[in-house]
Design a protein around this ligand. Structure first.
Ligand SMILES: [Zn+2]
Length: 241
């Protein structure tokens, strides 16, 4: 290897790995070619684009089992007046629910999220430098307003992680086919905050909409579609979203 791994530019590393892969492939005998794993996803995982995360590897999800849609902060914008606010998000959800018929959709924010942190600290004052990022993050305007009373920055970011997931779950239900599938019991929604360091999952409890370690949520909450609908829209925890 020409340099230490840590010193290599990422593209350089990929090129080097490709050369290693070519050497390995050249040793495979005819008739023993590698086959692509089966593509049978039963989950759509919506996560952040953060470079420290890899949902497949972090959560040990087997290849072919989960569709992954990644966006800054794992935000779901949903529909407004029947129109998708984010075409890429809408297409991914449409494909997952209506073509692949996934059983679960996970919205997974994470700790130490640069995107959500930017909402708290503010982005560059010069709008011209990040016009699209600024516009994108505006979808959290109402969520941020609901947290205005929190003075401690760390606590505010923590609350924003939780509230952004609850908000995205609500927006996810603005897709009529998602709401229908949930009501029919064909689809379950899940809200997580993944610890960036430990990969521990905090999951929103559909009953009280609070985040708890996944292992602490009773298993009978697993089939919680109807509970989620009630909690998110009738406001068991009003004002928090
Ligand atoms: Zn992030």
């Amino acid at each position: 290897m020409p340099k230490q791994l840590a010193d290599m530019r990422t593209l350089e590393l990929v090129r080097w790995n490709q050369k290693q892969n070519e050497q390995l492939l050249s040793t495979i005998l005819p008739g023993h070619e590698l086959k692509a794993p089966e593509h049978k996803p039963d989950m759509l995982y919506i996560g952040c684009i953060d470079a420290r995360l890899d949902p497949i590897d972090d959560l040990k999800i087997p290849a072919g089992k989960a569709l992954i849609h990644r966006t800054i902060g794992a935000l779901v914008a949903g529909l407004k007046d029947g129109e998708a606010l984010n075409a890429s998000e809408a297409a991914s959800i449409d494909f997952a629910v209506n073509v692949m018929h996934v059983k679960d959709i996970v919205i997974a924010a994470h700790t130490h999220c640069g995107g959500l942190g930017t909402c708290i600290h503010g982005i560059n004052e010069n709008d011209h430098e990040t016009p699209f990022l600024k516009k994108y993050l505006k979808q959290l305007k109402d969520v941020l307003s609901s947290l205005a009373g929190i003075r401690d920055t760390e606590q505010k970011i923590h609350e924003l992680e939780d509230s952004s997931v609850r908000n995205s779950l609500k927006n996810l239900l603005s897709y009529p086919f998602v709401k229908k599938a949930v009501e029919e019991g064909k689809l379950q929604l899940h809200g997580w905050v993944l610890d960036t360091a430990t990969k521990r999952i905090l999951e929103v409890d559909p009953v009280d909409l609070k985040f708890k370690p996944m292992a602490h949520i009773p298993e009978d909450h697993a089939d919680h579609s109807a509970t989620f609908l009630t909690s998110l829209f009738r406001g068991i925890n009003p004002g928090i979203v």
